[in-house]
Design a protein around this ligand. Structure first.
Ligand code: B1M
Length: 211
């Protein structure tokens, strides 16, 4: 079995204690860190989601898979991130109110940081007002990213964008949105400036938005 497949199996089965060693072994074997992330860990989370949907596993198993992935990403982090933190300015990011999913948001934050931004991470379940407060507290920040993973929190994303607009912050910041249920059409509909489907594309888009 390839090392990447072993990493994927460990995430899928929630082998928290084994994951760090397996990711390190994959790196030592010369596997590309991006392939370990995308084919190994993100791929495994899709399988976890499908099993949850099919009632084959339940919330506790999803949680332990998420915990396993987070530990694995910690080992990968130095291999994915660059060393030019902050040179492109600040980037405020958070998962919208009502939504506790943070793995995708954390990956976006990591890629954004590696593209040279200083990331201000507001965490999960972030009320729209808190985004506004953060924008106003950082007048030199030009980008905000908001993540939503549930179809039920798409409205919360819409409210977040509208609250930022209503607070008069659009002069200062551009708003980027993303997350599994989000589409370009939805981003356009709610008045976001940019939608990207994944973390890598978010980093590329962020650079173009401030260039
Ligand atoms: Co939840 N969950 N979950 N969950 N969970 C999903 C999202 C679900 C699709 C599973 C399923 O049914 N197949 C489903 C949503 C269905 C829907 O909305 N239609 C679901 C559900 C139903 C729920 C609960 C309601 C379950 C319950 O309690 N009955 C509950 C809701 C809690 C809440 O938020 N209020 C819940 C809870 C949880 C856990 C806490 C157990 C755990 C999260 C732990 C954590 O994040 N710390 C969890 C998990 C792990 C998942 C799945 C299995 C994996 C999510 C993940 O991390 N994916 C997920 C199924 C799935 O995604 N296939 C599922 C990997 C991650 C890298 O991908 O987050 O999509 P993703 O991020 C991507 C892109 O979306 C994009 O880039 C990222 C990487 O490239 N992206 C952006 C994300 N944000 C972006 C922002 C950007 C740009 C791109 O710009 C700013």
């Amino acid at each position: 079995m390839s090392k990447i497949k072993e990493v994927a199996n460990a995430v899928e089965l929630g082998k928290v204690k084994l994951i760090e060693g397996l990711v390190q072994e994959a790196l030592d074997a010369g596997d590309d860190p991006n392939a370990i992330l995308n084919e190994g860990m993100i791929g495994a989370m899709s399988v976890v989601g499908a099993k949850f949907q099919a009632n084959e596993i339940f919330v506790p198993e999803m949680l332990v898979a998420a915990k396993t992935m987070k530990k694995g990403v910690e080992v990968l982090k130095p291999h994915l991130a660059g060393d030019s933190v902050g040179k492109r300015g600040k980037y405020i990011i958070g998962t919208v109110a009502g939504d506790l999913h943070d793995i995708g948001k954390n990956l976006v934050a990591l890629m954004i940081e590696s593209a040279g931004f200083e990331v201000i991470d507001l965490g999960v379940d972030v009320p729209a007002d808190k985004f506004v407060q953060a924008v106003k507290a950082n007048p030199d920040c030009k980008l905000v990213g908001a993540s939503a993973l549930l179809t039920t929190t798409m409205d919360s994303l819409k409210n977040t964008v509208q609250t930022i607009i209503d607070a008069g912050c659009k002069e200062q910041v551009k708003i980027m949105v993303g997350g599994a249920p989000i589409t370009q059409a939805f981003a356009d509909e709610i008045g976001a400036d940019a939608y990207t489907p994944d973390a890598g594309a978010a980093a590329v888009k962020a650079v173009t938005l401030v260039s």
